[in-house]
Design a protein. Structure first.
Length: 154
């Protein structure tokens, strides 16, 4: 079952063979399967956070943040610029938000200017700021031409 391996440990095999004879590709990093980085309730961060992953803030961030998905918990607060693909706000945000999708829960308190393509504001959420759409809306649907009736020949 256990044997000495003379291979260099820094080199990973291209695939692994199971007892059944099937080959399995080595594990690759899956961003969506990774747990988010969490700033706990008792944590105050002053500075800038930048990641390709997901972040959940339950404490306070005094600074800017860039993430794929950002969740701000009910006790969480961000004072700065947010740049993310998706932002879910349950707590407080002061500053600017640039995201593809922004969702404010009923407990959200947002004093920020938004630049987004998709916005959801739940009943009860507080929002004071300016909304700007990132992309131009598709052109208005063209009106269908009205067919003219042919007049009979006299």
């Amino acid at each position: 079952m256990f044997s000495k391996n003379n291979q260099d440990p820094s080199k990973k095999p291209a695939s692994t063979t199971l007892d059944s004879g099937k080959k399995v590709a080595p594990a690759t990093r899956n961003k969506s399967a990774n747990a988010p980085s969490i700033l706990s309730r008792d944590l105050i961060v002053t500075g800038e956070i930048s990641t390709d992953g997901d972040v959940q803030i339950e404490g306070r961030l005094e600074g800017n943040i860039k993430a794929t998905t950002l969740t701000i918990g009910e006790q969480g607060a961000v004072n700065g610029k947010i740049n993310a693909g998706k932002v879910l706000i349950r707590g407080k945000v002061t500053g600017k938000i640039n995201a593809n999708s922004i969702e404010m829960a009923e407990t959200a308190n947002v004093l920020a200017d938004l630049e987004q393509d998709h916005l959801i504001i739940a009943n009860g959420a507080f929002f004071d700021g300016k909304c700007t759409r990132k992309s131009k809306p598709s052109s208005a649907p063209a009106s269908t031409p009205v067919a003219k009736a042919k007049e009979p020949k006299s």
